[in-house]
Write a protein that binds this ligand. Structure first.
Ligand code: GTP
Ligand code: MG
Length: 560
């Protein structure tokens, strides 16, 4: 199947290295969009407005994944407090999947925050020479979808979890400092354990905090022992020390040929460990293959300050008062996902409806999204011009939207494909692009819908020809250079198909937005009106839709 756009091409954000600050983020010359009259002709202009963070060799990247609204999530799913063993094991198993999938990830470390049972997991990645762009969205997907399905479907959850992600760039030597930083998180578990024991014993949350205020480690141990008979040191290691997922080398015996003796080989294997102190030298001595990967420690890393680590974190923000478009796109849908799941060709209505229902969930959750447009395996979400979602930080915005979309896709799969098993979790990547004016955001949407028309028409002809007995090569050469009119003629003459009568969802794609819903009495009087997220398939290239829905892309003054 063909795709006629080039939305993945141009990269403008780059990272460059300097001796004192290993990586600096800079924006290459500002992108100026030429005046646009024709959406189809302007595809390259839109693609060139995309920014991509690029990471260069040699360096280390720490990706921190953090649950969004986990307090709500853990309440609804009745997690044990302060630690829920099953939830922690689920987190660890997600991390294991990520490490298994990405050979460049060296280790992952999880710790748990003080106030609530929430999760933080660091993933330390060493980039290889070949890799120029860091796949943090993909990591996120595997993390969130890889293991959630089994657990969630068995419990009938009402809400989905989604996760935000931040990226830190580190020099090779900075990696050790980052580990030290993650390490400090574990102190919080002792506090948390005391807090929840006090609450369970009848204290209010406020009283419990008061009792613990300013207490030292030893004092907290005494509270636990004297009041609750708990020896803190006997609590499971996973609670006290967090979890570390890493690759180690193990010797495996393999039989290669039947008539030859087995051979021994060193294989990388992902393991989960709970160590006393992962910033200590003894830990790194125990897992010496980590040292090889990290070019390792020159000194003990225990005394590195958190403020210093924050220097490495880049937090770019998207230009104020521009329309932000977060476009997400299914990974390998063409070559793998649609094939493995036997999607109808060229369009699978159920698959499109599943995408739409995920978009509805995203709009319901993120109230700043004013409009979404979806076609094939992609969705564009438009945020209102003055949105302050995540202070306009693109990594959080993209990752939160992308992860909610993906987890919803996995959860709702059965609703749309009751007879088909989801063979593996779907991945989506995402990017954020800013568009500065009403005209340009309209042109952007027109570009995507023109793309939908062109692809759908081509693919409909292509698959009809293939289904009629032509080889894919023959079908391609028959369609080469044909214009819209010729393709329509071909469909009519050869297959008696009037293109205009094909389902509108295929021809126009799907638009998702908040609309007023009226409740009418029997005699037609409006009793109530409320806002609701709707899915429609209008023509969004022409003015008509926008004139009847003026509030969606409402213009407002930046000063208001
Ligand atoms: P990346 O996004 O770069 O990973 O590539 P991709 O393989 O996902 O392809 P791309 O996003 O460029 O295009 C989407 C592809 O998904 C289409 O070309 C189709 O092959 C496939 N696809 C999307 N929707 C359907 C559908 O309803 N039916 C079928 N059969 N395939 C679909
Ligand atoms: Mg795709």
């Amino acid at each position: 199947m063909n795709k006629v756009d080039n939305k993945h091409s141009v990269k403008h954000w780059t990272l460059s290295s300097s001796p004192s600050r290993p990586f600096l983020l800079h924006l290459q010359s500002p992108v100026c969009l030429p005046p646009i009259c024709n959406a189809a002709a302007s595809a390259s202009a839109f693609a060139s407005a995309s920014f991509t963070d690029e990471v260069m060799y040699p360096n280390l990247v720490v990706v921190r994944i953090d649950g969004c609204n986990f307090e709500r999530f853990s309440e609804i799913n009745e997690f044990e407090k302060p630690n829920d063993e099953k939830a922690l094991n689920l987190m660890n198993s997600c991390a294991t999947s990520v490490l298994e999938k990405y050979p460049d990830i060296i280790l992952a470390y999880a710790s748990f925050s003080r106030k609530k049972p929430s999760f933080t997991k660091g993933v330390l990645v060493k980039l290889t020479l070949q890799q120029d762009s860091f796949p943090h969205c993909l990591i996120l997907h595997i993390f969130i979808c890889g293991k959630m399905e089994g657990i969630l479907s068995s419990k009938q959850h009402e809400i989905y979890s989604f996760i935000q992600i931040t990226c830190h760039m580190l020099s090779i030597n900075g990696g050790s400092s980052s580990i030290s930083c993650l390490e400090t998180k574990r102190i919080e578990n002792q506090y948390n354990t005391c807090l929840w024991m006090l609450i369970k014993s009848g204290k209010s949350e406020r009283e419990a905090h008061e009792i613990l205020k300013g207490t030292k480690k030893q004092e907290k141990n005494e509270i636990l022992f004297q009041q609750f008979g708990i020896n803190y040191k006997n609590l499971p290691q996973m609670y006290r020390q967090g979890s570390c997922v890493l690759k180690t080398e193990v010797e495996e015996t393999l039989k290669i040929h039947d008539n030859e003796p087995p051979v021994k080989r060193l294989q990388k294997k992902v393991i989960i460990v709970h160590s006393e102190n992962i910033a200590s030298r003894s830990f790194w001595n125990d897992y010496s293959c980590l040292c090889k990967d990290l070019s390792c420690f020159e000194q003990n890393v225990n005394n590195i300050k958190q403020e210093y680590m924050k220097l490495f974190q880049f937090e770019n923000k998207l230009l104020p008062f521009t329309w932000i478009v977060i476009r997400i796109d299914g990974s390998h849908f063409h070559s793998r996902f649609s094939e493995v799941h036997g999607f109808e060709k060229p369009n699978d209505e159920q698959a499109l409806k599943l995408m739409n229902s995920c978009a509805v969930a995203v709009l319901e959750e993120f109230k700043d999204i004013v409009f979404a447009y979806g076609v094939s395996d992609e969705y564009s979400f438009i945020l209102k011009r003055n949105t302050q979602l995540y202070q306009r930080r693109p990594s959080e915005m993209v990752s939160a939207i992308v992860s909610l979309f993906s987890s919803t896709y996995v959860m709702k799969w059965k609703e749309y494909f009751p007879k088909k098993e989801l063979k593996y979790p779907s991945n989506f990547d995402g990017r954020a692009v800013c568009y500065p004016s009403y005209e340009i955001i309209r042109d952007y949407l027109a570009w995507r819908q023109v793309d939908c028309h062109i692809n759908n028409q081509y693919n409909t002809c292509f698959w009809m020809l293939v289904k009629s007995g032509k080889t894919t090569k023959e079908a391609q050469s028959l369609l080469k250079g044909t214009q819209t009119q010729e393709k329509n003629q071909m469909l009519l003459n050869l297959f008696k198909i009037d293109y205009k009568t094909l389902p509108i969802i295929f021809r126009n794609g799907s638009s998702v937005f908040w609309d007023k819903e009226m409740m009418l009495t029997d005699n037609g009087v409006i009793t109530k009106s409320y806002k609701k997220v709707v899915v429609e398939h209008p023509n969004i290239i022409e003015d008509c839709f926008w004139e009847t829905h003026p509030l969606i892309l409402e213009e407002m003054s930046p000063r208001s």
